[in-house]
Ligand binder design. Sequence first.
Ligand SMILES: *Cc1c(COP(=O)(O)O)cnc(C)c1O
Length: 362
Amino acid sequence: MKYDRTFNFSAGPAMMPEPVLEEIRDEMMNYRGSGMCVMEMSHRSKVFQTIIDEAEQDLRDLMGIPDNYKVLFIQGGATLQFSMIPMNLMKNGKAVYVETGAWSKKAIAEAKKVGEVIVAASSKDKNFSYIPDCSDLDIPEDADYVYICENETIHGLTWNTLPNTKGHILVSDQSSMFLSRPCNVSDYGMIYAGVQKNVGPAGMVVVIIREDLIRDDLTDLPVYLQYKTHADAGSMYNTPNCWAIYCCGKVFKYLKSLGGLEAMNQKNIEKAKILYDFLDSSKMFTGTVAKEDRSLMNVPFVTESKELDAEVVAATKAAGFDNLKGHKSVGGLRASIYNAMPKEGVEALVEFLKKFEAEHQA
Ligand SMILES: *Cc1c(COP(=O)(O)O)cnc(C)c1O
């Protein structure tokens, strides 16, 4: 492999596309004749304004974001959104959440500090290994929104059919699946994603929010926690994460050059199939998620024992595959295979696991 890089299966921060890293390297000392690196640049400069404007436009092009949605680049990661969402969107002080794993649980815990939370469906009974049926949820008329985590990074499940919100606003955490497949933005009131999973460097979240949900009557709320502040200031109320905006902008352009989200989806389906086909045929390894809800991004799997799990993890590490240890709440292994993981990485991992299984049985 060029540069002697490892196949990094981390859940995040995770791999970035090599052509993007090369471009960043080439622009490091002198960004396009500006005489400085983007890290050293005033966010009020014309050069940076072009960077942020292009990043937003490229994201709009990629996702087909309608004009009545704002795109915001906010700091505090996806985690701060667990609080900002109820603080800004609970008008009646009540919201419906679907509990599908660790990340929706965290969002629920924070929302409870702000208002009434109704957990209308949960897959806790089977350690979050499936997406519950949400075609006919019990949603109070005055609920302000319905909240889902569209891809549970730790448990490895994805929503393939959105819940029936019965006319209520849908809010979705897309952190670990952002830009992995086409998305009809107008199905949502708000989408957000921490960018370090599938896009760029850590420390920033992209918020896509319908304009009419941005309130100007929240003057008691700390100014930084109001979406209005960020919307009015073009994501530059204070110094933004300039570096993350720059790197994400490059990834947006790169994804466009590859054919956009439809093309990414095809690649991701193909890539995940290599691993899932192997898991389905293996006698040693088992996927932990219901087939119809399996994530194309995060693939958890286990062996028959914790000891063997640990042995496999150690063997993968020694063979040059990184970060395959599963999260403690699921155990076993987890391969995160985001947009930037090349197909060759998944093929190499499957070859390795096949060999491990054959040798173990011999
Ligand atoms: C990683 C992750 C988060 C938290 O992201 P931070 O940027 O670290 O705050 C939230 N939701 C999901 C689904 C995640 O995968």
